[in-house]
Design a protein around this ligand. Structure first.
Ligand code: AMP
Length: 284
């Protein structure tokens, strides 16, 4: 497995692979890898000849009061995990390699970013779209793999690829959870013992929401209220949002029908965690 830090090295290797007629799968990450990331890499390995993973904590997608500086990093452990999966190349650039002096071009989106994380993190998706576009231009993959854990991000990337005619297949992969239900996240490392227990309120509330929908609840407000009420039982939890939106447009809906995303962001102490579930509903 190669670990490279320059755009030129990625391009040289990818060109060589393409000359041999090999397909490229790409998994963009911010590192501090866990089984959630690993599941994307395994899927990429299964569907493509060569797998490129990027590890880059992208400053552009962090707001001023967010956790850019404290975001966990461990390149050595990440490399070990990637190697064990059979990743062929890790791209691990410095900030200066990605954003040269004078950088002033951005990829932004008008729709899909008004609700959910876009509301509480107003510059986040501009940063995500810009860095993912750049990475797509550098790696030129056939397929790119994203987790449903970040469901809004997945919808945004799908839309961007469609709108900008990027010739890349976007593959969405299911949420990987800890045994007790907590969605795996690099940010879980911020939680102390007490907070780690309290964080279970997210996955428990997801289960509650899924059960209510199974039992026939179709009114978005009733669903959101029940989920919020459940979260309020946990004293360490502070709700950022619980929302029901259309999966494709990420716009709020009142009645659950079609492909629906039920998503939440909750602070456990100072740590902001997200979780969600998707339902396909045919209302008769
Ligand atoms: P991040 O390093 O947090 O930017 O995540 C990189 C990719 O891994 C994104 O596509 C995430 O959606 C995905 N990912 C993160 N956590 C999980 C998880 N628990 N299950 C599945 N995919 C995940």
């Amino acid at each position: 497995m190669q670990i490279v830090s320059t755009i030129k090295e990625v391009r040289t290797q990818v060109k060589e692979w393409k000359k041999q007629g090999l397909t490229i799968g790409f998994v963009p990450t911010m590192g501090y890898l866990h089984e959630g990331h690993a599941s994307l890499m395994h899927r990429a390995k299964k569907e493509c000849d060569k797998v490129v993973a990027s590890i880059f904590v992208n400053p552009m997608q962090f707001g001023v009061n967010e956790d850019l500086d404290s975001y966990p990093r461990d390149l050595q452990a990440d490399a070990k995990l990637c190697e064990s999966i059979g990743v062929d190349l890790i791209f691990h650039p410095e900030v200066e390699e990605m954003y040269e002096q004078g950088f002033c071009s951005f990829v932004d989106m008008n729709g899909l970013t008004k609700e959910l994380c876009g509301k509480s993190r107003p510059i986040h998706f501009r940063g995500v779209c810009t860095v993912v576009s750049k990475l797509f231009n550098i790696v030129t993959p056939d397929k790119a793999f994203f987790g449903q854990k970040d469901a809004q991000q997945l919808a945004v990337i799908r839309r961007m690829v469609k709108d900008l005619n990027m010739d890349i297949e976007i593959v969405g992969c299911p949420i990987i959870r800890e045994e007790d239900g907590l969605a795996k996240s690099s940010r879980n490392t911020y939680l102390n013992e007490e907070e780690r227990k309290a964080a279970l309120i997210l996955s428990q509330t997801i289960c509650l929401g899924e059960r209510l929908v199974r039992d026939g609840v179709r009114d978005a407000k009733a669903l959101v209220d029940a989920m919020k009420e459940n979260i309020a039982r946990e004293p360490l939890a502070k709700i950022d949002y619980v929302e029901v939106v259309s999966m494709d447009t990420i716009e709020k809906i009142e009645l659950l029908e079609g492909a629906v995303l039920v998503a939440m962001a909750v602070y456990i102490g100072k740590t902001r965690l997200i979780d969600n579930f998707i339902v396909e509903l045919v209302n008769l």
